[in-house]
Design a protein around this ligand. Structure first.
Ligand code: DAH
Length: 353
C-alpha cells in the first residue's frame, strides 16, 4: 500500500467514526424549544452543516467505494432529516417538555357563563304568556316599505307619525324606511293568510328621537293581533286582563282610557296601577298612581280591506306594547341607555330563561 492510500484510509476511518458519533447524537436529541431545533438544523442539515461538508468529500473517494460511502451518507442524512421533522411536529403540537411540566392538578380557570339580556327576558315572558292563549309568534322585516308601515295601517299621507323627524327613511329611496312599530307584521300576516289569525309579534323598532335616559332611537315592541268571526272588545279586554295578572300579579289594577290610533276603531290605552307605590302616587308614575302599558283597539275595517279580509265577515283586535318600559319597572332600572351599552357589569346581573 502506498502512503497516499494509507493516509486516505485513515481519513475514511476517522470520518466513519465521526458519522457514527453524529448519528448517536442525533438519536438522543430532543429539542427543548424552536431555537434548539434550529441550531440542530444548522449544525447537521444547513448549507455549511456537517452533512453538506462531508458530501463534499465524496469526490475524493475512490470509484469502487463511492457506492458504499454514498449509502452511509444517505442514511446519515435521512436520520437527521427524520429527527428534525419529528421534533418539529412534536414542538408544534404543544407537547414540548416545557409544556409537559404543567401541573395538571392545579384548579382550572372558571368558565364564565353568559346571561340573557333583560329585554330578551322580558320579551320571552310576554311571549310565553300569550302562547298559553294559543297566540303564535310571527316576525317581519325591520327595513320596511311605506305600505306595510303606514299606508295599509290607515295612516294617510299627512299623518304626523310620518313626519321626517320621527321616521328614519333611506336617503337613497324615501319609500323605504326603518319600521317605527311592529304593526307592520299585522299587515304582512293578514296579507299572507286568511282568518283565524292569532299572532304575537316581538321585534325591534326605530324612531328618530333624541337619546336620553327615557327615550332611544331604537327600542322593542310586542304586537298582538286576533282576527276571527265575532271577535269583540270584550275579548280584547279579557285577553289583556289575563296578560296583566300573569305578568304583574293579582293585585295590580287595570284601566282602559279611550284613545286614538288610525289602525283601530275604537282605540284605547291600557294603564296598570303603579306597582312601586301601589297606586298611591310616586315619581315613577308621575304621582298619578297609573302606568301606561299599551295601546289597543278593534282593527279598523279599512285595515282589513287593505289586506284582503272582508270586514263584514271578520272582526279583530290588536294591541302593541313596548318591552323596555316594563323591563325598567321590573328591574328598577332608571336609564334606558343601559340596555344598549353592552356593559357586562350591567348585563350579568340578570338571570332567567
Ligand atoms: N303601533 C302603536 C305604537 O307604536 C302601538 C299600537 C297601538 C299597536 C294600538 C296596535 C294598536 O296594534 O292596536 O305606538
Amino acid at each position: 500500500m502506498d502512503d497516499t492510500l494509507i493516509h486516505y484510509l485513515r481519513g475514511m476511518e476517522a470520518m466513519l467514526k465521526q458519522i457514527e458519533a453524529c448519528q448517536n447524537e442525533i438519536r438522543q436529541f430532543t429539542a427543548q424549544d424552536a431555537e434548539a431545533l434550529e441550531q440542530f438544523r444548522i449544525r447537521f442539515l444547513g448549507v455549511k452543516g456537517i452533512i453538506k461538508s462531508m458530501m463534499g468529500e465524496m469526490k475524493l473517494v475512490p470509484v469502487d467505494q463511492k457506492k458504499s460511502f454514498g449509502q452511509v451518507m444517505n442514511s446519515f442524512k435521512l436520520l437527521a432529516e427524520e429527527k428534525f421533522e419529528s421534533e418539529k411536529s412534536r414542538l408544534s403540537s404543544g407537547s414540548s417538555s416545557e409544556q409537559r411540566d404543567i401541573d395538571i392538578t392545579l384548579p382550572g380557570h372558571p368558565l364564565s357563563t353568559g346571561s340573557r339580556h333583560p329585554v330578551t327576558l322580558m320579551r320571552n315572558r310576554i311571549v310565553e304568556i300569550f302562547q298559553r292563549l294559543s297566540f303564535t309568534v310571527a316576525e317581519g322585516p325591520e327595513i320596511e316599505d311605506d305600505w306595510h308601515n303606514f299606508t295599509a295601517l290607515n295612516l294617510d299621507e299627512h299623518h304626523p307619525a310620518r313626519d321626517m323627524q320621527d321616521t328614519f327613511y333611506l336617503s337613497t329611496d324615501p319609500a323605504i324606511l326603518l319600521r317605527t312599530h311592529t304593526s307592520n307584521v299585522q299587515i304582512r300576516e293578514m296579507e299572507r293568510t286568511q282568518p283565524p289569525i292569532r299572532i304575537i309579534c316581538p321585534g325591534r323598532v326605530y324612531r328618530n328621537e333624541t337619546i336620553s335616559a327615557r327615550s332611544h332611537c331604537f327600542f322593542h315592541q310586542v304586537e298582538g293581533l286576533y282576527i276571527d268571526t265575532n271577535v269583540s272588545f270584550a275579548d280584547l279586554k279579557q285577553t289583556l286582563y289575563f296578560f296583566v295578572k300573569e305578568m304583574f300579579g293579582d293585585d295590580v289594577n287595570v284601566r282602559f282610557r279611550p284613545s286614538y290610533f288610525p289602525f283601530t276603531e275604537p282605540s284605547a290605552e291600557m294603564d296598570i296601577s303603579c306597582m312601586l307605590c301601589k297606586g298611591e302616587g310616586c315619581a315613577v308614575c308621575k304621582r298619578t298612581g297609573w302606568l301606561e302599558i299599551l295601546g289597543c283597539g278593534m282593527v279598523h275595517p279599512n285595515v282589513l280591506k287593505n289586506c284582503g279580509i272582508d270586514p263584514e265577515t271578520y272582526t279583530g283586535f290588536a294591541f302593541g306594547m313596548g318591552i323596555e318600559r316594563p323591563a325598567l319597572l321590573k328591574y328598577g332600572i332608571t336609564d334606558i341607555r343601559l340596555f344598549s351599552e353592552n356593559d357586562v357589569r350591567f348585563l350579568e346581573q340578570f338571570t332567567g330563561a
